[in-house]
Design a protein around this ligand. Structure first.
Ligand code: ADP
Ligand code: MG
Length: 700
């Protein structure tokens, strides 16, 4: 039988590990093999290269070590709350060592008068430098404790079984010292020399046990490069394949529907950005290549009409199109505005959502199957298997971040030839993240708002100023405008928040007395019909004030609404705040977004509110968002495998992403199928890498 490579040996066969510890390592950290253990990188190192003279210590220093003689060992306090303290002196002074909750063995093991090395974080206690819970070793062990010591994440369960950071250190030392361990190079020689990268084996040794800070840096750089390089290689390869695959349906002509719409139906002039994007889409869909395109455009930039005109291109070429929205409200709104824009034209549009009854469904599905229905608008309901098109040519997905990869993939398979895909998002994605998340998509950007828009004024107010605020909003409403009051809704505490909302509604009602004003309340628990009625009442200006949860976040379009009051704004994320703000500023009047918070706010909340009041640029906001939250929280990243990154940080490592992407591009340009002998190692490694992780890049 062929022996598996050394690196794939199950972890329990590492000397000193055994079945019990192996089970813990698997369960707690997902470490199954020797290789996995090597990839469990330390999250920091502590510097044990230097022994500090005691008089140089101050409480600003990180972990340090000192060497001295132990004295005045004493135990104080009641049983169960004992405190053990000692003095450690060198020729320059003394410090105090303290332990709370003293383990029984500690007191007995310490020998007053003995030489010790103490390691810990200095703090100041009654004006004496103190190390709490220091690591103490007698000087005989000194040899083992020099250099930069790795510190590893472990868990409580592991610590109880001796697998604390020190325990892991021991196992890693053992593994790295094994002469059978060979970590072969996997990067192309060109990339290594161009970027002066440390070789792979050295890098693994030095990321765990560096002798010097410089070596640690080089090792980290090298492994970070490797991590991002293979990710980019995969994305670039997908992109190359997609653009080479000539299997897309081809929309050769611009036909009567499109022209008629453009010349007589369009209620405004397109912005230059809309025109440019339409051209990009047109070129893409006529070439016979499959379109897989992301359309980015800030809220209010006019993506819907671009979607509609793209769908008309499909219709003119004998194909059907569909538009999928993340919520029922939004689907209905699209249906309404699109039906209106197409009024009098010979294009048939219908709506399919979860609340369409079985009876109503039948004719829709039939018309879809026989091709007499041209454009279908809907929610997730479109993905169901019973929904069969005669000839689907284009799928538009609005607000894509609400859809999972799986759902998108299902739409792909709705036609024998995959339909063109246009994914629209109002969440501007920072360039670095887009390159990774959507690296295989073409990107179009609407970077211009329709003319005549007046920039929204964004203000921050405190709860205690609500009275003044109500007066201001009332004044606006009396001038004929409409206003939103939005309350947060967090799923885990939905009940509580509904209560919040109900109380909020009462409060608002109190200030907008019935008779003069009409209010509606909208939240996720309403039945679709009720919700629809409320929305309708607001959209037609029968009611002037809407009190709502974030259900209105996406897509609601009421140009006469000019005030957006966001309550407990500190509880919303940046992109959510930006989306909500986008609900106003859609007409010709000055609009306001008012962020109401309590007096107490964390630093991050403060930063978010500040960002909002300082800029309306969605890209800047997204950039800040990424830095504040990290990519883990940004929608779309969870399925994408981006969270498996161990060393790179997408929020901070933009340059690394660009660098590795260029390297991947160059490699595939010179050696598209990685067949040159010098790239064999890279090809082999890549083959494993690709099959190991989910094929997420394909449909994002
Ligand atoms: P979003 O990109 O947020 O989906 P919409 O497509 O909903 O934006 O458009 C926002 C509003 O701007 C709509 O009322 C739409 O009719 C209007 N609009 C779109 N394009 C233009 C334009 N070129 N000129 C004027 N108004 C436009
Ligand atoms: Mg929209």
């Amino acid at each position: 039988m062929l022996r598996p490579p050394f690196i794939e040996t199950p972890i329990e066969f590492l000397k000193g590990v055994g079945p019990a510890k192996a089970e813990l390592l698997r369960a707690e950290l997902g470490i199954f093999t020797f290789g996995d253990l090597l990839h469990h990188f330390p999250f920091r190192h502590v510097d044990r290269t230097k022994v500090w003279p005691i008089k140089e210590l101050d409480d600003n220093l990180p972990y340090i070590q000192v060497k001295g003689v132990l004295s005045e060992l004493k135990k104080e306090g009641k049983k169960g709350q004992e405190r053990l303290s000692a003095k450690l002196s060198d020729s320059t002074g003394y410090i105090e060592l303290v332990w709370f909750k003293v383990p029984g063995w500690l007191m007995d093991s310490l020998k007053p008068g003995g030489q010790y090395i103490a390691f810990g974080k200095p703090s100041l206690f009654r004006n004496i430098i103190t190390l709490s819970h220091p690591e103490l070793t007698t000087t005989e062990n000194e040899v083992a404790e020099t250099g930069l010591q790795p510190v590893y994440h472990t868990t409580e369960k592991m610590k109880a079984r001796g697998l604390d950071s020190r325990g892991l250190t021991k196992h890693l030392r053992m593994l790295l010292a094994n002469p059978e361990l060979k970590l072969d190079e996997n990067l192309p020689p060109n990339s290594i020399s161009r970027n002066k990268l440390m070789n792979r084996h050295e890098a693994f040794r030095n990321i765990h046990f560096p002798q010097k800070i410089e070596a640690l840096q080089q090792a980290t750089d090298r492994l970070k490069f490797e991590e991002l390089f293979f990710m980019q290689l995969k994305i670039v390869q997908l992109k190359n394949r997609n653009s080479r695959a000539a299997t897309g349906v081809s929309f050769e002509k611009i036909g009567p529907q499109f022209n008629h719409f453009y010349e007589t139906q369009l209620p405004f002039t397109l912005t230059e950005a809309q025109k440019r994007v339409l051209k990009e889409i047109r070129t893409n869909m006529r070439g016979g290549k499959h379109m897989n395109r992301l359309l980015q455009g800030d809220v209010g930039s006019g993506k819907t009409v671009v979607a509609l005109m793209s769908m008309l291109m499909a219709v003119d070429n004998g194909y059907q199109a569909c538009l999928m929205a993340p919520t029922e409200v939004l689907a209905q709104q699209h249906f309404k505005s699109i039906s209106k824009m197409l009024e009098g034209m010979d294009v048939k549009v219908d709506l399919l959502t979860g609340s369409v009854t079985q009876k109503e469904r039948r004719p829709i599905l039939e018309a879809l199957a026989d091709g007499s229905l041209h454009i279908l608008i809907g929610t997730h309901a479109l993905i169901e298997d019973v929904v069969q098109f005669q000839n689907l040519g284009l799928v538009v997905i609005d607000e894509q971040h609400r859809f999972g990869v799986q759902q998108r993939y299902k739409l792909w398979t709705k036609n024998t030839q995959p339909p063109h895909i246009l994914v629209m998002t109002a969440t501007p994605i920072p360039r670095t993240l887009a390159m990774t998340l959507y690296g295989d998509l073409e990107v179009s950007v609407i970077d211009e708002l329709p003319a005549g828009r007046i920039p929204i004024k964004t203000l921050h107010r405190y709860d205690r100023g609500m009275m003044v605020l109500f007066d201001f909003v009332k004044e606006q409403v009396r001038q004929g405008r409409q206003a939103y009051f939005v309350y947060p809704l967090i799923e885990e505490s939905e009940k509580l928040d509904l209560q919040n909302l109900a109380e909020g509604f009462e409060l608002v009602q109190h200030h907008f007395p019935e008779g003069e004003f009409k209010l509606v309340m909208v939240h996720g628990r309403l039945k679709p019909k009720e919700k629809e009625q409320a929305m309708q009442s607001f959209a037609s200006n029968q009611s002037q004030v809407m009190v709502a949860t974030t259900v209105i976040e996406v897509g609601v379009d009421v140009p006469n609404a000019t005030v957006m009051v966001i309550m407990s704004a500190e509880r919303f994320g940046l992109s959510q705040l930006h989306q909500l703000r986008g609900r106003v500023g859609r007409g010709g009047e000055q609009s306001y977004c008012i962020l109401v918070t309590g007096d107490k706010m964390g630093n991050e909340s403060r930063k978010r509110i500040k960002t909002m009041t300082e800029t309306t640029d969605g890209f800047k906001i997204a950039e800040t968002d990424l830095q504040l939250r990290g990519p883990g929280d940004i929608e779309g990243t969870r399925q994408s495998g981006l969270l498996n990154l161990k060393l790179a940080n997408l929020a901070l490592d933009g340059q690394w992403i660009e660098l590795t992407r260029n390297e991947a591009l160059q490699l595939l340009e010179i050696d598209p199928s990685l067949q040159k002998p010098e790239n064999f190692a890279t090809a082999n490694f890549f083959e494993k890498y690709r099959t190991q992780k989910g094929d997420w890049g394909r449909v994002s």
